[in-house]
Design a binder for this molecule. Structure first.
Ligand code: CO
Length: 137
């Protein structure tokens, strides 16, 4: 992997909305045997995040810091569960331009999120029903 640039998109992580990260970790870490690589609060999304590495990918546990937030509203409406799928793409800005040109519904401008990576969200109406996060690889 000596400086070779990945050209294929890959699954970066699966975002799972939970009411309590600590409670979810009892399952994912103590029972399943995963470990936590990082925990942080992403202020602009009003969410606490725990990243659990997998082979080539990660699970992202999401706990809202406020009921009135994207993940808080998701929990209210749908309960705990799969919230989004995140793909790592080699050129995020090019992907955003292409999607915008073809009329896809983007939910934000590229900005820095968990771990400082640039990301955008694409509305499920454009993706076959899955909230999709694109991350600069
Ligand atoms: Co995510």
């Amino acid at each position: 992997m000596s400086g070779l640039k990945n050209t294929e998109p890959a699954i970066d992580h699966l975002g799972i909305a939970v009411r309590s990260i600590d409670r979810a970790l009892a399952f994912y870490c103590e029972q399943l045997g995963l470990s936590v690589a990082a925990r942080e609060t992403v202020t602009q999304e009003k969410v606490k995040v725990a990243m659990l590495p997998l082979e080539g990918s990660r699970i992202e546990l999401l706990e809202p810091t406020e009921a009135d937030s994207p993940v808080g509203r998701f929990l209210d409406k749908r309960g705990e569960g799969l919230h989004h799928v995140a793909l790592k793409v080699p050129d995020l800005r090019a992907a955003v331009e292409r999607l915008r040109g073809s009329g896809a519904r983007l939910l934000n401008e590229p900005r820095a999120g968990a771990g400082g990576h640039l990301y955008v969200f694409v509305h499920p109406a454009s993706t076959g029903g899955v909230l999709l996060e694109l991350i600069q690889g």
